[in-house]
Design a binder for this molecule. Structure first.
Ligand code: CDP
Ligand code: MG
Length: 711
């Protein structure tokens, strides 16, 4: 039982009912003010209701569009964007920036004959927004409105508005360095400062200089055909100045949002287990508070799935009279088919509970939320330098920033006064950093450096909003050299160009290229597709580990986890020949395998086969029962992740200083193997290598770069 310290009070000073978890109400200045007039205070739901019966859903959608805060400024916005090459647009989450601006620009003819691209840092935002805007345009997604995310493209010749991940647009630079298909590029969620967004913003600046130069357009030669490019930078937070000055004092436009007061509570003491605290807080709200949906912010997919099943379990035991709970998970890898539930109205007599990552902070506005539970945690990609670890990015759960905390609270006040329960103390909030460090300062630059090399650019020379770290650039250069993508003069090799063409992490791309030489592309695509999926194949939570390992015995392979993956994929392919989706799901459930991962991997494999065909790589090449070519290919990409057995049973990295152990979830866990390679390191009490294969030492020694070093 958590001990409670004090009783929170409501904004009107009346003592609140004592909750079973203690929260302190927040100070006044932190409360977000009402900015809208009386008319705006009406909830969109109400508005929709009054409009709906006349001519159905479409009419309601159009009415809702007109009532968005941004609609009042439509003509002024179009005017400003027409007048300026670059505009920075700031507006509260939910005001209509992402869904409306592209439509306004298209309707006003501002896009000319070109396309409008809207970038998003996350794929689920890109797909769901495209669906929404297609609906607003009364068409199916893939026609006038489309999307493009890695391994999934839904667009056509008719597409004029395309929602894309920032990474996809950076990738498009490789085939079209001036992005000539687009007349407007909207960089959305710019405040997130992802690595791809930063690279894109740097390139857009240079592209615009090329495309908008009047002399070039009037002159002769290829430049004469260039159409000018408009750039719109959009964000929900107020750090506009920096973007504006980066684009030579670009015009800043503000859209007044609509925000109702949100009462904020902090816990009296810090919480040891945020998932457990979230569970109890949810049921306090559910049993004590009036109707209204609940949005819970969690760091990642695993916590979302865990909490979701706990809530379901307890909800099933509640008395009949208690409203039912409709659970809606929302995270970056959520497939498009499962997104609709989040936006559809909550059924009568139910309470919707959305469990989301920071994706719901600004990217996606969910209607109906009255209560927010903020665990104060998020996952952040961070580079673990080679000197201490893997040289790869690791996702770490960490405390959020003040700016995130404020955005999360704001989600409760979209349609009426709301409540935010922070599962951390007020002191913890006060000590949070204001905003996050841009990714370019903390993530691996390897993949981006490779892409830039293909464009004839260098990280050191490109003009960024924030410069990347010298040491980080050096380690990216080293990694690409080891993978054979760059030669010793830092110049791109043929291999490097091919690697960049494959939509994979450079090290996995290298594995595929090695497989091409060694004649085992079929096997490697099976493995690489699983490794590229956004979720893990094996469920291996510590409490179910024994049962899971037992159920998966038949896939175990003495070479290790990569061949075990291959066995799983082959069995799944067999099952898929005869079973329905439900049958496949059931099979996965029984064997503690992640159905979602396998489904995604199959889709990725299809895409990779297409890319292979374009690159004239024979993906049907198979090495049959011979394991050697597969292991050799894996070593070629994972050589930076090789380790040798030491007398005490631990492993020492070949190209780094760390001592690692084999992860308990690996099939090689208690084996003593002279040499291993692994997919990643997990940092807990020890450093664990996960995704491990046993390889002959000679395979590691034969990688050219190691020979170099010895020489
Ligand atoms: O980009 P910004 O945060 O300014 O707003 P938006 O994403 O354009 O959303 C505008 C409005 O559309 C919000 O009120 C959303 O609730 C609504 N919307 C929706 O109902 N269904 C979606 N799938 C997406 C947006
Ligand atoms: Mg938006």
């Amino acid at each position: 039982m958590v001990k409670f310290k004090s009783r929170p009070s409501t904004p009107n000073g009346k003592p609140a009912k004592r909750p079973r978890m203690a929260y302190m109400e927040d100070s006044d200045e932190e409360r977000t003010p009402v900015k809208a007039g009386k008319k705006n205070l009406e909830s969109p739901k109400k508005r929709m209701k009054s409009a709906a019966p006349v001519s159905g859903k479409q009419h309601a959608i159009q009415e809702q569009r007109k009532l968005l805060p941004i609609a009042q400024g439509r003509d002024a916005l179009i005017h400003e964007i027409r007048e300026n090459d670059v505009t920075v647009l700031i507006g509260e989450t939910g005001s209509g920036k992402t869904t409306q601006i592209p439509q306004y620009l298209l309707e006003s003819g501002l896009a000319g004959k070109g396309m409008i691209a809207v970038t998003q840092p996350r794929r689920v935002a890109a797909t769901s927004l495209a669906n929404r805007v297609a609906e607003e345009k009364n068409t199916e997604v893939g026609k006038l409105v489309g999307y493009s995310v890695r391994f999934d493209e839904t667009s056509s010749e008719a597409t004029r508005i395309k929602y894309v991940t920032d990474g996809m647009l950076v990738r498009e630079l490789l085939s079209d360095p001036i992005l000539s298909r687009y007349s407007v590029i909207i960089v959305d969620e710019a405040h997130e400062r992802t690595l791809r967004t930063d690279i894109l913003m740097a390139n857009l600046k240079a592209i615009q200089q090329k495309r908008n130069k009047p002399t070039d357009r009037k002159g002769k030669g290829p430049a004469a055909a260039l159409s000018p490019l408009k750039i719109v930078i959009m964000s929900a937070t107020l750090d506009a100045e920096k973007f504006s000055s980066f684009y030579n004092k670009a015009k800043i436009l503000y859209v007044k949002g609509r925000q109702h007061p949100v009462t904020i509570y902090h816990t009296a003491t810090s919480q040891a287990d945020y998932v457990d605290s979230a569970l109890r807080t949810f049921f306090q709200i559910h049993t004590d508070r009036p109707p209204g949906d609940v949005l819970i912010f969690l760091p990642g997919q695993e916590d979302i799935e865990g909490l979701s099943s706990s809530i379901q379990l307890y909800a099933n035991r509640l008395p009949q009279a208690t409203p039912g709970v409709l659970l809606c998970p929302l995270y970056a890898a959520l497939p498009p088919g499962q997104q609709t539930k989040i936006f559809s109205p909550t059924p009568k007599g139910m309470r919707k509970c959305i469990l989301a990552t920071n994706i719901a902070e600004t990217s996606i506005t969910i209607p109906g939320v009255k209560y927010v539970i903020d665990t104060g945690k998020c996952k952040e990609k961070r580079y673990i330098a080679r000197s201490v670890g893997s040289g790869f990015d690791t996702l770490l759960t960490r405390d959020i920033t003040k700016s995130s905390a404020m955005q999360r609270a704001g989600r409760a006040g979209r349609e009426g006064p709301g409540f935010c329960f922070r599962l951390y103390t007020e002191d913890a909030f006060k000590n949070m950093p204001l905003s996050a460090e841009p990714e370019i300062r903390r993530c691996t630059l390897t993949a981006s450096l490779l892409q830039l090399k293909c464009l004839g650019q260098d990280l050191e020379e490109l003009e960024f909003m924030d410069k990347p770290d010298e040491e980080n650039i050096l380690s990216a250069l080293a990694a690409l050299y080891i993978l054979g993508a760059l030669d010793d003069k830092k110049a791109l090799t043929k291999n490097g160009r091919d690697m960049a063409f494959l939509p994979l992490e450079p090290y996995l791309a290298r594995v595929v290229l090695a497989a091409r030489e060694l004649g085992c592309v079929r096997e490697i695509l099976d493995i690489v597709s699983v490794l590229s999926s956004n979720s893990k194949l094996f469920f291996d939570s510590a409490d179910q580990r024994d049962a899971a390992l037992e159920a998966r015995t038949k896939f175990r392979h003495s070479s290790g986890d990569h061949f075990t993956i291959l066995n799983v994929v082959r069995s799944f392919d067999e099952i898929a020949k005869t079973e329905t989706n439900a049958g496949k799901k059931d099979w996965c459930h029984k064997t503690y395998l992640n159905f979602r991962c396998l489904t995604e991997a199959v889709a990725i494999r299809t895409q990779l086969k297409e890319v292979c065909e374009r690159m004239k790589i024979d993906w049907t090449a198979s090495c049959g029962d011979n394991e050697q070519p597969v292991l050799r290919s894996l070593v070629r990409g994972l050589v930076q992740n090789a380790a040798f057995l030491q007398p005490d049973g631990s492993y020492k990295q070949v190209m780094g200083p760390s001592i690692v152990k084999i992860h308990p979830g690996s099939v090689l866990c208690d084996k003593k193997i002279p040499a291993i390679i692994y997919d990643e390191l997990v940092y807990t009490t020890n450093i664990y290598a996960r995704g491990v294969s046993a390889v002959p030492r000679s395979f590691i020694a034969e990688v050219p770069v190691l020979n170099h070093r010895k020489a």
